[in-house]
Design a protein around this ligand. Sequence first.
Ligand code: GLU
Length: 510
Amino acid sequence: MDRKVRVRFAPSPTGPLHIGGVRTALYNYLFARRNGGDMILRIEDTDSNRFVPGAEEYINEALAWLGIGIDEGVREGGKYGPYKQSERRDIYRDHVKRLLDSGRAYIAFDTPEELEAARTATPNFQYDATTRLRMRNSLSMPADEVEKLIEAGTPYVVRFRIEPGRDVEVNDLLRGKVTINSSILDDKVLYKSADDLPTYHLANIVDDHLMEISHVIRGEEWLPSAPLHVLLYEAFGWEETRPEFVHLPLLLKPDGKGKLSKRDGDRLGFPVFPLEWHDPKTGAISTGYRESGYLPEAVINFLALLGWNPGDDTEIMSMDELIQKFSFDHCSRSGAKFAFDKGRWFNHEYIQSTPDCELATLFRPVLKSKGVNPDDFSDDYITRVVALVKGRVNFVAELWDQAGFFFVAPKNYAEKDIKKRWKEDTPAILNELTKVLASLPDFNSKTAEPIVLDWVAQNGYHLGNVMNAFRLTLVGECKGPHIFDITEMIGRDETIRRINEGIDNISLPG
Ligand code: GLU
């Protein structure tokens, strides 16, 4: 059947979006865009006990940062709205009534204590065809009693009446056909009168149907719900338009042993959330990819390849390229190891291809956090600094470690470099060097370099010692880009000032 591709990302606002959820959103988005379809963001907030303030805003902000565009949603609007389940109570109530009227669902009054007692009395108790007539529900009780209880406002739930002994076929585009027997399913709760809200299962499939979703693309953890969903579609008579299922493989710990968790991130030093998250209850802060200095394009590229490949070994792909190449044919069925080192590598690569002036803009707040007023430096200066050092960094914040000395003179000098390079005659030679530098016709790298090298050679000085001592006074240690690029950037006066400061402050190693 040819139908318009419509997919949804359907998070529950129960906390920060996990990186695995971001991948699910991304695959939905790529699939929608590849097929000229629609991407819907539906907020599944029917579990009021697990609602966390700020989680919905977090989801919106994270998707926007990553460039995962939404066509229909709470903020975007659309003709299938509302897109927040707590605003769709009437719709669910109607649908629950339809199932009750057709006998596919029933009302149950069992209290938590009664259910607990049943569990204690019967090992492996399951509320199903074998037990339901022993419980307190509209199948086991006279109709007028049921009526009375409802009128009296007794809390009840509506359960799905599962017919036992049927083979239920779930077709998954990645996994193929899986058949399970309906006898292993329990009569799932679909609705609770106490809060007048449906459970996940009912709301999820009613909305997928009404929103004309063509493909349900979600994490593997939802696979066990799929048979029940198939039966619900059938109970409503919606088999013809049932969406295709795609259950994405889990994201695994970096060593491949088990499901990726927040603790792995804490232990190994990588974020598992797209953005920083401030837990409203505990006040705990969890780091995010954005705040850790990742570029959104790098995160997207990295995540896209966790469970999918383009069919060849191309690694660097923009969002547009990912869209062009994406299909489920090259999705893996087994879990994807969360190779966070690869994430760093992607970020390094994306930093190299980001224009220097853009990196300069991102670097300004880092400078500020280090006590440097970025407005003291021109855009051009910061951009040129970035160009000199970006090859050495994986993250924007690391630009500071590589380039701080372009903004502030060193206050300390590395002991080990002093030991190696600072000799008895160093102060005198450097003093002489300041004279050479002062007399240069201009201070370009190209002019300065041959003249200084010539001066070293003519005097028979040790090139390595002189140049490294020189560098030590400028940088504070023996690292950094080409020395004459540094001198050109910081200028003649500052170069000479730093050499003199070094001469004054560095003492011969003892
Ligand atoms: N609300 C579910 C979640 O939090 C949606 C699962 C689905 O996509 O069906 O992931």
